[in-house]
Design a protein around this ligand. Sequence first.
Ligand SMILES: [Fe+2]
Length: 182
Amino acid sequence: MRGHVQEIAENSCDIGHLRLLHGYRNVEMQSDLRTEGAYLNARYRMTRPRSTFGRSQGTDVELEINQYGLGYARVEVNTASLGIRTRHFVLAAPLSEDEVVLRLALSVKRVEKPSMVHPLLAFAPRGLTTNLVARMGIKGFVADVMQDVPIWMHKTFVPTPALMQGDGPIGAYRRWTKQFYP
Ligand SMILES: [Fe+2]
């Protein structure tokens, strides 16, 4: 697609869009943005609006973003109320100055208590439940990212954006990205 690796990674710091675009509620940063060389870390807590697993009133999730350079993010997601831990990989590779290939992958920690995922799974084998969580998880993950795609394809890069409270640590993120350019 048309886009840039820096803008895909910027999603992790763009707190405002999590509510407005993805519909998450109660978005809270759990710690300040932490950087160490090419590594960046951010931790959030939020409520997902619709649950993939049919719970009507949203699900609380904790998210830890581990960004290594501009092309590799590993996001650890803990959905404690359902006993689900997933690991989301966001892998962006530049093709040309304004084109990227974006690959997504997901791994799921073996589910120990299927009944926590859904009461109907009380007697389901753990392996089967883990598989089910993986299938629904990647669907939800792709659906989330597809909400960003039209914006990435049409946005214009503004080097000095007018930021306001609630936008997130975008300034700190932009300073961190400077190291990747000559
Ligand atoms: Fe996004």
